[in-house]
Design a protein around this ligand. Structure first.
Ligand SMILES: *Cc1c(COP(=O)(O)O)cnc(C)c1O
Length: 381
């Protein structure tokens, strides 16, 4: 058989053909009006996706670079912060703070668990010296989505800033930065923005910008003040990833052309279809509050979770993602973000069913696809 490659992972994600093809166009020089026009159009387009009136800075790095940018531009050595650690990516906030000598209280949640705004309010009350709260919109390691709106209500009433890792969530689930009082928002290009890895986006509120003015942590490449000064001249401090920015222009035409409400509804349908599918074959979800960005599914008793992911990838070429350490083998993740359509869910579930049959798991073959198809059919528009 021709083995076709199906990318079903929560980053990198599939990319529309017309976005891919513009990367093959001849490179243009970045210090020109021609590039500046494209650059500013992309900046404006990302502001729309962020839901902000503030400047958005386009960085040449993966999402983690924007996370580091958030830390080094707002804080000073010895500052106290809270990190909400619900998985691999929530944990990363603490790891960055540690390297820079920021004192962080790591609130470690069980993977997939929720965290309420009431608990955050208690934490902030217990230590009024906290300068920042670091949270995650969509914890991509567990599929959980968090109450950023609630966190914003709580944090905005204090002197602290709310920093949100929106790397897989922004563009697939609502998180309007200004309305929800997010002070620093970061995302990456290879998740919901429908382009390859290599760009990251960051924006600061006025409240956060005051901290930028006094921040003493070291920075050079990721200096937000340099980025702001250059944005004033419609450019970047360093050579931008020209081709990726041109690709982002094309992808934003799709994203903002469709409009965010429709895009979120699209993800809601894919999420519902996936959840219905896995439940129909007796599988359970990891997250207490699952997002519509990806679905983490618990590996059933008697099935080897590492083998399941390996079989789906190497035998069926369905590239879902496994669970990361320390939960390797315990669950797997089916993505529905980026350029995904309804039939991508059917593909994922079909490969999953064939794999479960290979691994001797007992269920009614076809049940997952039937359940997902019902959701897709009822919601098709
Ligand atoms: C992918 C991801 C990251 C890490 O981004 P890189 O692009 O790999 O640096 C961080 N946080 C979340 C929520 C992610 O999904």
């Amino acid at each position: 058989m021709i083995k076709k490659y199906y990318l079903l992972s929560p980053g990198p994600t599939p990319i529309p053909d017309k976005v891919l093809s513009v990367a093959a166009e001849p490179i243009i020089h970045h210090r020109t009006p021609e590039f500046s026009n494209i650059f500013m159009e992309v900046t404006e387009g990302i502001k729309t996706v962020f839901g902000t009136k503030e400047d958005v800075f386009i960085l040449t790095c993966s999402g983690t670079g924007a996370m580091e940018t958030a830390v080094v531009n707002t804080l000073s050595p010895g500052d106290k912060v809270i990190t909400i650690n619900g998985g691999k990516f929530g944990e990363r906030w603490g790891n960055i703070c540690k390297v820079y000598g920021v004192v962080y209280k790591d609130i470690i949640l069980e993977w997939g668990a929720d965290f309420t705004k009431e608990r955050l309010a208690e934490e902030l009350k217990a230590d009024p010296n906290v300068k920042a709260v670091f949270a995650t919109l969509s914890e991509t390691s567990t599929g959980a989505i968090y109450d950023i709106k609630g966190f914003g209500e709580v944090v905005s009433g204090t002197d602290a800033i709310l920093v949100v890792d929106g790397i897989s969530g922004v563009g697939a689930a609502p998180c309007p930065m200004d309305e929800w009082k997010v002070d620093v928002m970061v995302t990456g290009s290879q998740k919901s923005f429908m382009i390859p890895p290599g760009l990251a986006y960051i924006a600061f509120s006025q409240k956060a910008w005051k901290m930028v003015e006094t921040s003493k942590l070291p920075k050079f490449y990721f200096d937000a003040k340099k980025a702001k000064k250059n944005l004033g001249n419609k450019t970047t401090p360093w050579t931008p990833a020209i081709s990726l920015i041109i690709q982002q222009k094309k992808a934003l035409e799709i994203i903002n052309g469709m409009g965010l409400p429709k895009l979120f509804e699209h993800h809601r349908i894919l999420g519902d279809a996936t959840r219905a599918g896995v439940k129909a074959v007796g599988l359970g979800l990891l997250a207490v509050n699952p997002g519509n960005i990806l679905t983490a599914v618990k590996v059933p008793a008697g099935v080897d979770g590492v083998k399941l992911v390996k079989t789906m990838q190497s035998k069926y070429m369905a590239y879902i993602a496994g669970a990361q350490d320390p939960n390797k083998g315990k669950f797997f993740r089916i993505a529905h973000l980026g350029y995904m359509g309804g039939f991508d869910i059917i593909t994922a579930l079909s490969a999953l069913e064939m794999t479960l049959l290979d691994l001797g798991y007992a269920f009614e073959p076809g049940a997952a696809m039937k359940a997902a198809q019902t959701v897709l059919k009822e919601n098709w528009q």
